[in-house]
Design a protein around this ligand. Structure first.
Ligand code: ATR
Length: 275
C-alpha cells in the first residue's frame, strides 16, 4: 500500500485528504493519504524519517513550506525561485521538493476562464504575502508584461520587485482601483474576504469589462469580490479551483496516475466547505 500525507501545524482544517481520498478510490489504488500534525520543533526529524515511515511523499502546508525547502536534497527551478515547497516525493531514497501552487493557480484559470491570455498583458495582484509569491511568479512565467502588486505594507510589494524584477510594479494599496481598467486579470491573494476575516472592499467601478477576476480565498466559495465582479458581468474564477489543481501533480508523483479535477470532486469538497 502506498502512503502519502499532508503535514502542517495545525492541520485539522486541511481538505487535501478529501481530494486524494477521492482519487485513490476513483482509480482503485490501494493507498492512503492522511493528515499529520507536525510541530515546527519536530519537522526535521519527521522529514528525515519520511521514507522509513513508509511514505512515498507528502504535501506541506503552513507553517512549514519554507523550512521544508531547506530540508530537501533538490528542488526544480520554479521551486528554487519561490524558496517554498508544497510537495515532497522520494526518489532513490532522497527527498525531492517541488511547488505546485503556481500550476494549480494557472490550471484553475485555464479551466474556469479558457479565453484568458496572460502573455503580453497586465495583471493586478492584491497582497504580497506567501501566497502572492507563487501567484506572481506563475503569472510572470506565463509571459505577462507587468504584474501590478498592491499591498497594505508597500515594502513587501517592493520586495517582490527585488526578487522577480522590474515587471513587478509595486503600488500603494489604496491605488489599486486606478489600475483596474487595463488588466486582463485581477487576483486577490490576501486573507480579506475569508470567513472570520474582514471583507475586501475594493471599488470596482473602473474594472475592465473583459477583466477576469479570481480569488485565492475559497471559504466562502464566492467571496464578495467575486460576487461584485460577477454582478458587473465579469468572468470570475473561484479559489477552490487552485486547491484542487495544485493537488494533481503530487498524486501523480506518489501514486503514478495523473488524476482529473472533475465536477464530482469539486462537489465533494464543496459539501465539506458548506455542510
Ligand atoms: P499568505 O501566506 O496566506 O499569503 P501572509 O503571508 O500572512 O499569508 O499574507 C497575508 C496577506 O494579506 C498580506 O498581503 C497582508 O498584507 P500585509 O503584508 O500588509 O500584512 C494581507 N492582509 C491581511 N490583512 C489585511 C488587511 N486587513 N488589509 C489589507 N491587507 C491585509
Amino acid at each position: 500500500m502506498i502512503k502519502a500525507c499532508v503535514i502542517g501545524w495545525p492541520i485539522s482544517h486541511s481538505r487535501s485528504p478529501i481530494i486524494h481520498g477521492y482519487w485513490l478510490q476513483q482509480h482503485g489504488i490501494s493507498g492512503s493519504y492522511t493528515r499529520q500534525p507536525v510541530e515546527p520543533s519536530s519537522l526535521e526529524a519527521f522529514m528525515s524519517g519520511l521514507g522509513n515511515k513508509g511514505y512515498a511523499g507528502c504535501n506541506v502546508t503552513i507553517p512549514h513550506k519554507e523550512a521544508v525547502f531547506n530540508l530537501v536534497s533538490r528542488a526544480d527551478d520554479t521551486t528554487e525561485r519561490l524558496g517554498a515547497v508544497n510537495t515532497v516525493y522520494i526518489r532513490d531514497g532522497q527527498l525531492l521538493g517541488t511547488n505546485t501552487d503556481g500550476e494549480g493557480f494557472i490550471n484553475s484559470l485555464k479551466q474556469g476562464a479558457p479565453e484568458l491570455q496572460l502573455a503580453n498583458t497586465r495583471t493586478v495582484v492584491l497582497g504580497a504575502g506567501g501566497a502572492s509569491v507563487a501567484v506572481v511568479n506563475a503569472i510572470l512565467e506565463q509571459g505577462a508584461t507587468e504584474v501590478v502588486v498592491a499591498n497594505r505594507t508597500r515594502e513587501k510589494a517592493e520586495q517582490l520587485r527585488a526578487r522577480f524584477g522590474t515587471r513587478v510594479v509595486p503600488i500603494d494599496w489604496d491605488r489599486a482601483p486606478d489600475h483596474l481598467g487595463d488588466c486582463s486579470l485581477l487576483v486577490n491573494t490576501t486573507s480579506l474576504g475569508m470567513r472570520g476575516q474582514p471583507e475586501l472592499g475594493i471599488d470596482l467601478s473602473r474594472l475592465g469589462e473583459r477583466t477576469v477576476v479570481t480569488d485565492i480565498v475559497y471559504t466562502p466559495l464566492r467571496t464578495r469580490l467575486l460576487e461584485d465582479a460577477a454582478a458587473r458581468g465579469n468572468i470570475v474564477v473561484e479559489g477552490l479551483g487552485m486547491l484542487l489543481h495544485q493537488a494533481v501533480r503530487g498524486f501523480s508523483l506518489w501514486f503514478g496516475v495523473t488524476p482529473e479535477v472533475t465536477p464530482e470532486l469539486r462537489e465533494l469538497v464543496v459539501r465539506d466547505i458548506n455542510p
